[in-house]
Design a protein around this ligand. Structure first.
Ligand code: ADP
Ligand code: MG
Length: 417
């Protein structure tokens, strides 16, 4: 089936054509009719499979049709997302699909001046895409009315219903009409959150695509056992072997992000960093630079593991394994989006083997192990250390290098025997 065969507004079809969307993806094929029928939906589909348009297309169509008979300027739909970057990205998709339809979308998030947001609300919008904090502020100031909302959508739903956000979401739901349509979308979900989601709706339709393997089939992913101290040399190697590629590197903490960036800088590799210590403006400009490909390597914490759709990310490197298993799926899902293919590699140290096990349990599958010969590991370390010689003290360093080479040769010899 093609989009042209759908019973949706012609203006929307034209916009989809402009976007190059001809056929619906699996999740779009399954979710669109249910949403058009007015059903509550819990949809789980892999990363990069077009979940945004799966709710944007039917919601824009429904609101567009309603606007033909009613001139109401009230907010009809609210979409809750975890990060500012994601709010902006989804707003862009809505604006493209709703181009010239009179359906108006507004993006609302904190950390920036609220006056322009209030002014835009005052002029009237149909759809609000927001992070929870700022929504709450505006509701309490009376600038944002939620009592006419027909559609509530939680993107990255499991995350929005998890500890950090659930209270905000529950508080917000109190302001919504009881009679409404609720949609949940994510690539991951667990049993507890699923129950919680069901408790918020009437008769949800559950749509799940490829439940067996949560990792997108477009992503080839593997793990290599590399000790903590050696990780930066391996990252250096991955980057220098793929100079033309866009690489997204995930680390555990913001301090580590800066430290890895410094280590790369020392060997002449330019990188960007993204974590919660950066200002909102820095975060936006960093993402733009990376999207435009001005700098090819971005080192980030989990703040942007979810939802972000950056074209042409060729590699994801898990420099550290993620502490939350589901974030493995989201991190590696930043590559291999749409019809593209991608690769992901995780560096697992001895200390991280437990985490690896947990991730594999979450995935219901073992992760392919890249077999790196001991000798190869040592060679990389040796070459890397050789490059790192600081100014001065040449003699002792030369002696040390010779010693190391000797050791290395002996080991190789032993191995051959
Ligand atoms: P998800 O939310 O499932 O991770 P997104 O909604 O961010 O995925 O979409 C991933 C990519 O797929 C985007 O770049 C989007 O433009 C593209 N895409 C979505 N739907 C289609 C379609 N029907 N045909 C072609 N490309 C699509
Ligand atoms: Mg998404």
């Amino acid at each position: 089936m093609k989009f042209s065969d759908y019973r949706i507004n012609e203006d929307i079809k034209r916009n989809l054509e402009q976007l190059g969307f001809k056929k619906p993806t699996d999740i779009q094929y399954k979710a669109i009719p249910s949403i058009l029928k007015g059903e509550d939906v819990l949809a789980i589909a892999q990363t990069g499979t077009g979940k945004t348009a799966a709710f944007a297309i039917p919601i824009i169509h429904l609101i567009y049709e309603q606007k033909k008979s009613s001139r109401s300027d009230a907010i009809k739909c609210i979409i809750m997302v975890p990060t500012h970057e994601l709010a902006i990205q989804i707003t862009e998709v809505f604006e493209k699909i709703a181009y010239k339809t009179r359906v108006k979308t507004l993006c609302i998030y904190g950390g920036v001046d609220q006056a322009p947001q209030i002014e835009a609300l005052y002029k009237g919008v149909d759809i609000v895409i927001a992070t929870p904090g700022r929504v709450f502020d505006l509701v309490h100031q009376g600038a944002l009315a939620l009592n006419k909302i027909n559609y509530l959508i939680l993107d990255e739903a499991d995350h929005m219903l998890d500890l950090g956000f659930i209270k905000d979401i529950q508080d917000m739901i109190r302001f919504l009409p009881a009679k409404r349509q609720t949609l949940f979308f994510s690539a991951t979900i667990n049993e507890t959150i699923k129950k919680l989601a069901y408790s918020l709706v009437h008769n949800p339709i559950r749509i799940q695509i490829s439940p067996k393997d949560p990792v997108s089939k477009n992503v080839q992913h593997a793990v290599a056992f590399i000790e903590m101290d050696a990780k930066r040399y391996f990252l250096e190697r991955v980057i220098s072997e793929h100079k033309e590629s866009k690489i997204l590197v995930f680390v555990r903490t913001k301090v580590r992000a800066e430290r890895v960036a410094k280590a790369m800088e020392r060997v002449g590799i330019q990188t960007l960093t993204m974590h919660s210590d950066k200002s909102q403006e820095e975060r936006f400009s960093t993402l733009k630079e990376f999207k435009d490909g001005k700098v090819k390597v971005l080192i980030a914490t989990d703040i942007n593991a979810r939802g972000i759709d950056i074209p042409n990310v060729d590699y994801v490197v898990n420099y550290d394994l993620p502490e939350k298993s589901e974030n493995y799926v989201h991190r590696v899902g930043r590559t291999g989006r749409g019809v593209q293919k991608g690769q992901a590699i995780s560096f697992c140290s001895s200390e991280e083997k437990e985490i690896l096990k947990e991730i594999e349990t979450f995935l219901h599958n073992p992760i392919h192990v890249i077999d790196m010969e001991q000798a190869e590991q040592e060679e990389i370390l040796f070459l890397a250390k050789e490059k790192e010689i600081p100014e001065g003290d040449w003699r002792s360093l030369m002696a040390k290098a010779e010693e190391e080479e000797q050791l290395y040769k002996e080991k190789k010899k032993k191995k051959r025997k």
